[in-house]
Design a protein around this ligand. Structure first.
Ligand code: ASP
Ligand code: MG
Length: 403
């Protein structure tokens, strides 16, 4: 008997009709003789609506209470879906993450799963029940509910698949797989039959909205057999795996991210330890920094420019200004009208012409590059936010039109 983890996203459970459809998919898997663990997201835009509700009352609520609020969305989904399964006479039980024992760190709104207790789920599966688990959340050592960050239900699913050694982890969504880029921007984007964990990880962390990046990290680490499939149509999706057939195209996809902001510290002293002081301060305040650029200025000074998530820009400014006398910089410049476009592919490792081809596409489209950042299998450029979609299209056309 196989064990399959099936995760359904918010749009797949957005109303009664869709939940009944999801229940049929689960029922088919169950009647085929499999054990099934189901992980659900909150219905439709529920999480956003809950955030709006909080804002009406308190623009700066504590993160603990925010987690308490947001975790309710997933609880609604699992209960409703269990009721749908009951109508199909499928034995099932819905469980919140704290009931399972999905133990996490205490970093509210960005908790990490540390351990998953297996007893409860195991005993339910042994009784041939479908187990429906709330995605996106955990419980910390104090018994407080935490959430794993937006999009975190994918991570809940992969973590459960890893702990229970599932034969397959299926992520059902309203697209039918992973595309070379966002089909809403580039209509001739293609669906990939397969993609490596590393490529998927880079794409996910560079703004491709298909999978939560932590979920891909976990899948790679624990060799989870992962698949992104359509919740609407019964057809093959995209398999995420260790190695894929080598593609001639060099890149797997083009991703964009417009949720970033640029912060520049101008006029720092050109001494050892300055970068350490700046980034240590930010990291101690849980502010994630992405692209970093240091440049030498005039008169023994230097500038350090970096990107953060838009939501962290003001906090970064405040923290840095609070330490202005210790850091000894002249002033801070900020820009939240920027975006990042990345190409990702295993082919980048062995083919240096790939980056040049990307820059050529940008040049031909008349787009200025502000910063460049690379990894072994990725090249990212920072651009004006208004150029982002044009850049994605120009780059995608360059790489995918001639094959
Ligand atoms: N409901 C959460 C969100 O909207 C988690 C998820 O959907 O994965 O971010
Ligand atoms: Mg998602």
């Amino acid at each position: 008997m196989s064990l399959i983890v099936q995760k359904f996203g918010g749009s797949s459970v957005k109303n009664a009709e869709r939940i009944l459809h999801v229940a049929e998919t689960i029922a088919k898997t169950y009647w085929a003789g499999n054990n099934v663990i189901v992980v659900l997201s909150a219905q439709g835009d529920t999480t956003d609506e809950l955030i709006d509700k909080a804002e009406e009352i308190n623009p700066h609520p504590s993160k603990r209470e925010m987690d308490m609020l947001l975790s309710t969305g997933e609880q609604i989904s699992v209960a409703l879906c269990a009721m749908a399964l009951e109508t199909l006479h499928i034995p099932c039980v819905s469980l919140a993450a704290w009931q399972v024992g999905i133990q996490s760190t205490s970093v509210h709104s960005a908790a990490r799963i540390k351990r998953i207790d297996s007893e409860r789920i195991r005993s339910e599966l042994d009784q041939r029940r479908v187990v429906l688990v709330t995605g996106f959340q955990g419980v910390d050592r104090n018994g407080d509910v935490t959430t794993l960050g937006r999009g975190g239900s994918d991570t809940s699913a992969v973590a459960l698949a890893a702990v229970f050694h599932a034969d397959l982890c299926q992520i059902f969504t309203d697209v039918d797989g992973v595309y070379t880029t966002d089909p809403r921007i580039v209509p001739n984007a293609r669906k990939l039959d397969e993609i490596t964990y590393d490529e998927m990880l880079e794409l996910a962390s560079q703004g491709a909205q298909v999978l939560h990046n932590r979920s891909v990290e976990l899948a790679k680490k624990f060799h989870v057999n992962l698949e992104v499939v359509s919740s609407l149509e019964d057809k093959p999706g995209t398999k995420v795996k260790e190695v894929t057939k080598v593609e001639k195209t060099n890149i797997a996809g083009v991703a964009k991210d417009t949720s970033i902001a640029r912060v520049a510290l101008v006029g720092l002293q050109h001494n050892p330890g300055v970068a350490f002081q700046v980034f240590d301060l930010l990291s101690r305040n849980n502010i994630n920094v992405d692209v970093i650029l240091q440049s030498i200025g005039r008169d023994e000074t230097k500038d350090i420019t970096f990107t953060v998530h838009k939501k962290d820009m003001e906090e970064a400014e405040r923290i840095l200004n609070d330490h202005k006398s210790a850091l000894k910089f002249d002033h801070i410049e900020m820009d939240d009208k920027i975006g990042k476009v990345s190409i990702v592919g295993m082919g980048l490792m062995s083919n240096c012409g790939v980056a040049a081809k990307m820059f050529e596409a940008l040049y031909e489209a008349g787009i200025n590059i502000q910063m460049i950042n690379t990894s072994e299998i990725r090249v990212s450029v920072l651009l004006d936010e208004s150029d982002v979609n044009k850049a994605v299209k120009a780059i995608h056309d360059k790489f995918f039109d001639d094959i």
